[in-house]
Design a protein around this ligand. Structure first.
Ligand SMILES: Nc1ncnc2c1ncn2[C@@H]1O[C@H](COP(=O)(O)OP(=O)(O)OP(=O)(O)O)[C@@H](O)[C@H]1O
Length: 292
């Protein structure tokens, strides 16, 4: 029997991913990653690692698991990579408990145990502090604090990289969010150097994987992932990201491959047709180079 009560654990207003079936045996779940989802998940994972040079020999990678669908898949992908012979790196699986409801914490632990992910869970008072410090708009503060708490733990474990579960749709939604809401052209990069933590890099190995395949994989596996376990903002603050998600979905009806076009736009910026840009905090106008 599927435990229907688990659908009530998510914050109000969050989309709940209901499994299609009972939890499948672990061996079947693992096999499906490299068989059923070879094209849309496994190959894309490998491609991102190669194309963006995400892993180097001797890396020690902290794989950050929130317990949501994306990071659970990411953990399994790293394990598969290791099993398939790439052992030039080490991984540590970390989960930060920002003040989860006990039921959510239990779901996280149960999923990791079932999926054989040896996760280290540690506490950080993120929810409470973000709410106290940032009142009605805790999301930005919470995101920053969460990132800091993850980098800190990775560093403590002697890791030089922190892997996050952002995927293809997160990337194009970020591009569109910046364009439509912030008036800037800026995407989410597959890797970047941490500003406040020396010799630490952030990597995003799911960069090329479309969210719909992650959802399908999780639902077919019979796993109930955490769905936005936020205890603070929940439905209180309208989330522009959901609106952008819908917008892109609607655009797909009129423009062929619009998602890929948004993605490619950040690969094909034509510097000869741009009014201005910023680098290292310095603003430049096309006029600065016009007469040269
Ligand atoms: N509490 C946490 N502990 C460990 N890692 C986390 C935590 N919260 C977020 N992360 C990491 O940051 C990534 C992005 O966080 P975000 O809250 O945007 O997750 P998401 O889009 O819901 O993804 P997921 O499905 O993995 O939760 C996650 O995929 C995960 O790698």
């Amino acid at each position: 029997m599927l435990d229907k009560d688990k659908s009530n654990i998510a914050g109000e207003g969050c989309e709940v991913l209901v499994p299609f079936n009972e939890r499948k045996p672990l061996a079947d779940i693992e096999r499906s990653i490299i068989k059923t989802y070879r094209k849309h998940i496994w190959s894309k994972f490998i491609k991102a690692i190669k194309e963006y040079e995400l892993i180097q020999d001797g890396d020690k990678i902290a794989v950050a698991i929130s317990g949501g669908k994306d990071s659970l898949l990411m953990a399994k992908l790293f394990q598969e990579l290791y099993k398939n012979g790439n052992q030039n790196f080490e991984v540590q699986f970390i989960a930060m408990d920002p003040g989860y409801h006990p039921d959510i914490r239990e779901l996280l632990e149960d999923n990791c145990k079932y999926l054989n992910i040896p996760v280290q869970i540690y506490e950080a008072d993120v929810f409470k502090v973000a709410q106290k410090m940032a009142g009605d708009y805790p999301c930005y503060m919470c995101a920053r604090m969460r990132r800091g708490a993850l980098y800190g733990k990775a560093k403590e474990l002697g890791c030089n990289k922190l892997a996050l579960g952002h995927h293809f749709n997160d990337v194009i939604e970020t591009t569109m969010l910046n364009l439509l809401c912030a008036g800037s052209f800026k995407t989410m990069l597959p890797k970047l150097k941490a500003q406040n933590f020396e010799n630490m890099e952030l990597i995003r190995p799911l960069y090329l994987i479309e969210e719909k395949y992650i959802q399908r994989f999780i639902q077919n596996s019979g796993i109930w992932p955490l769905n936005c376990a936020c205890m603070v903002a929940a439905k209180r603050i309208g989330n522009k990201r959901y609106e952008i998600k819908d917008l892109i979905e609607n655009l797909k009806g009129t423009f062929t491959n619009v998602d890929m076009s948004i993605f490619r736009a950040a690969e094909n910026v034509n510097m000869e047709a741009i009014l201005g840009w910023q680098k290292d905090g310095k603003k430049t106008s096309f006029l600065d180079e016009y007469d040269q």
